[in-house]
Design a protein around this ligand. Structure first.
Ligand code: NAP
Length: 247
């Protein structure tokens, strides 16, 4: 059985990915920040179907939390074979002229520094030269990195651009270590994240204007993530895959 750690696995895209990993027979560590009930619900759903899962609280922006959550995952589920660096946040839509430094810092701390810390810990655990078994790291970026998210959150878009660059560089660092590194860039996907930015209907409203004419579902992003985690993508590393309905 392969063991996978998913940051932000309690809701949305992370939750759908946790359930799909479990359906493939993989053990799953479900990280969350504050919503213990949602994380426990994911664990219960996996265990109810005979799978193995574990909920782990930790803020991806806090180094000690990241280090201890990786250690706990490995202790409880055995050596990790894959990591999904998924946890992310947005903030209310504003033009850059109205965005304060505190918000910029938190957006970059969670989406960029958090991704770098989680990818670093994954690299430390998976690299063969450090005793790991190799594996796959999948980062969840955003189409915002390409589109810029004008008048909404150019700070978030910039943090996700850093995730894209991390993917390209880390793939080159870890190619000889038996570790592949790839990213998905979701477009407009129906999750709670839009309500947290003050626009619960955002995915539905803007998704209708995409070439496929609808928002995506978290399960559709999870399929791409699980493909990157699996051996089916064995010759793919450093790739950025848009899962955006053509947006
Ligand atoms: P979501 O439904 O709002 O879920 C966010 C998840 O991240 C939750 O599990 C949350 O935990 C966790 N989280 C938030 N801050 C955290 C922190 N500091 N430390 C640890 N966990 C934290 O979001 P989503 O839409 O599934 O988004 C998942 C990823 O996809 C994000 O990186 C997001 O930027 C990206 N994305 C989403 C869309 C979209 O349209 N939905 C589009 C492009 C990219 P709690 O449950 O404990 O709060």
């Amino acid at each position: 059985m392969r063991s996978i750690l998913i940051t932000g696995g309690s809701r949305g895209i992370g939750r759908a990915t946790a359930l799909l990993c479990a359906a493939k027979g993989w053990a799953v560590a479900v990280n969350y920040l504050g919503n213990a009930a949602a994380a426990e619900e994911v664990v219960a759903e996996i265990e109810g179907k005979g799978g193995r899962a574990l909920a782990l609280r930790g803020d991806v922006a806090v180094e000690e939390d990241v280090v201890s959550m990786y250690a706990a995952a490995q202790r409880e589920l055995g050596p990790l074979g894959g990591v999904v660096v998924n946890a992310g946040i947005v903030a209310p839509s504003l033009p850059l002229t109205e965005i304060g430094a505190d918000r910029m810092r938190r957006i970059f701390e969670v989406n960029a520094i958090g991704a770098y810390l989680c990818a670093r810990e994954a690299a430390r655990m998976l690299a063969k030269s450090r005793g790991g078994q190799g594996g796959s790291i999948v980062l969840v970026s955003s189409m915002a990195a390409r589109l810029g998210a004008p008048f909404e959150y150019v700070d978030y878009a910039g943090a996700k651009a850093a995730v894209d660059t991390l993917t390209v560089g880390l793939a080159k660092e870890l190619g000889g270590e038996g570790v592949r590194v790839n990213a998905v860039r979701p477009g407009l996907v129906e999750t709670d994240i839009h309500a947290s930015g003050g626009q619960p209907d955002r995915a539905k409203r803007l998704g209708a204007t995409s070439p496929l004419g609808r928002p995506g579902q978290p399960e559709e992003v999870a399929e791409a993530i699980v493909w990157f985690l699996s051996d089916a993508s064995s010759y793919v590393t450093g790739a950025l895959l848009d899962v955006s309905g053509g947006r």
